[in-house]
Structures are given as C-alpha cells and as structure tokens.
Design a protein around this ligand. Sequence first.
Ligand code: PMP
Length: 361
Amino acid sequence: MTRAWNFSAGPAALPEAVLRRAQQDMLDWNGSGASVMELSHRGKRFMALAAEAEASLRRLLSVPEGYKVLFLQGGATQHFAQIPMNLAGPGDHADYIVTGHWGEKAVREASPYIDARIAATSVADDYLKLPPRDTWKLSPGAAYVHYTPNETIHGVEFRDIPDVGDVPLVADLSSSILSEPLDVSRFGLIYAGAQKNIGPSGLVVMIVRDDLLARAGRPMAKIFRYAEHAANDSMLNTPNTWGWYLAGLTFAWLEAQGGLVAMGETNARKATVLYETIDGSNGFYRSPVEVSARSRMNVPFTLHDAALDAVFLAESEAAGFLALKGHKAVGGMRASLYNAVSLDAVNELVKFMRDFAARHG
Ligand code: PMP
C-alpha cells in the first residue's frame, strides 16, 4: 500500500495515525463488539466519546467560559443561512467582509434572512489582496460582522483578527481552524466544516457565545435553532456519530503533537518552504496573491507557461502527488497544507517542483 502526498483542498488529508486507529476500531470499537457507526448516540460509550471530543477541542483552543461547542451537520454552507436566522431578527442587518468565493457565497445564502451589507470587498483586486481595516464601512447597529479568515480558493488569509468593537464577530474558519492558536474570546461565533482540518465532511463544529443563543427572534423549526442544539448537547436529533468520532481522534492527535502552538510553527514552516520555492524559481512559478495576504493553508500558484499545466499535473500525479489542480475560478495549481500534510510532504513537493522547473524551464 502506498499513501499519496495529498494536497487536496477538501475533503483533505487526515492524519495517518487517525486513519489507522479508525481502521483498527472499525469492527469492534472500544470493546463494544460493534463499529462506532453501529451504536446509539445515546449510549454510555458514545456519550463519553462525545464529551471527551468536546473537552479536547476546548483544551486545544482554550475556549473560555461562556461559550457553547456544537457538533452540527449541513456543511458550512447551510450555516451561511442559519447564522442570520439565529443571530438576528426580522429587519436587522449585518456586515459582511468579502475576500473571496466563500465570503460571496455567505452573503448570497444569508440574504433571504437578513439585510446582508457588504462593508468591504476585495473583488476589484480579484481577491488577491485584503481590504485594509480602515477602509471597511461598518454600519451602525449591525447584528454581527461576518468574515472568512482564510479563503480556500483564492488563497488569502487574515493574519490578525480584525477589531470590530462590540459587534459580535462571526468567522467561517472552515479552512484554517486548529492550524494555530486562536483567541476565541474575540469572536461571537466561529464555525467550520470538518473536512479540512478536523475530519470527514458532513460535520460542522461551531463555537458560539452563550448570550447570542438567545437572539433568534423569528419563528423557525427547532432543528434550525442553535439554542436547541446547545440545550440538547448537539443531540437534538441523531448527530453525525462517525464524524464526531473521527474529530475526537484528530483532536487527540493534535494534542499529542503538542497542540496548536506546535501545529502553528509547523504550518508556518511548511508555507515558507513552498512560497520560497515559488518566489525563488526565477518566474517559472508564480504566486498571484499579495505577499501580506498569502494563506498558510491554501497556496495557489501558476506556471509561467499555462501550456505546461497538464504536464505538471500528469507528472506530479505519476510521482505520487495528489490533487494539485487549482480551482477553476483561479486556474493553475493549488497546494493545500492542512495540519495532516507533513513538512516531509511539502519538502517532497518542492523537490519535485524544482526538478520539474529544471527540466521544463
Ligand atoms: N467556507 C469555506 C472557507 C470553505 O472552504 C468551504 C468548502 N470548501 C465552505 C465554506 C463550504 O463548505 P461545505 O461544502 O461543507 O458547505
């Protein structure tokens, strides 16, 4: 068996130790005589797993008192719509900072439920830069400010948490959660689809400040109401037990790696190695993103001659590298460097890139 060097943007590489453990547990989890997927979420064994996964996540992110941790479904996309339903009432407005594809989508999905105002956007710069904080036109009385700390497709990332005063800050952290320490107390709500840094798709992890749970001011089914999910420990209905289990294994793995300080250092190193290779290639490779906005997690890059794209992809795949094709909205290549992508994997990639450039330059 050979495992590829996997640079997929998501669903993405998981830690090999997590997959091996899941494989080992598949038929008989925890002495139960059944797979974790075959057991009631209300059973003692699963309840203990669920509580430990939450505790582990709280330790990793040092989640302060006064925040609920929820294990939800629907993908980040569903929560683009559900967040305004829960954090605002009829007639309210919210500010959106749009720095790429996912921010655009967040506005689109929110719009039936709230007056979603674009307070800043870098669309005129093709999303290759971030709009400076002093240009944001935040509106008085906004229910919240929503932004995307890391844009997975465009490869732009905020390196600081923006100051928006007392208005709750809401962040779609789908592609950068757990990649480095995070000051959760700066946020009203953060959420992330699991399929990049946490586990399989179909699970959404949300951390929300208690006082915001009381806001949902319009009639809606219980299943849409975060307060109901919180009151029922994310077991209002059957949760994604498999996702929750794998997330728990990933959290434990992260703790064993030294937590988010250690992950942050490794992730910074990985990104530096790749960007230095791109910038040092005498124009053979190019990163279109402004240096200060470059993402540590998703690195789009182009080849000096687009006619070589197909050759690069074919050769890289033959050499054991997976999923380097860029998103169609941006073109070229993209390497995603989530937690489970090791420094070794990145070193192998840059070796391949240098060799490719030498042969085709
Ligand atoms: N937000 C971001 C930043 C993403 O990267 C993605 C998925 N790539 C989404 C939202 C959408 O997630 P989902 O497909 O789970 O709804």
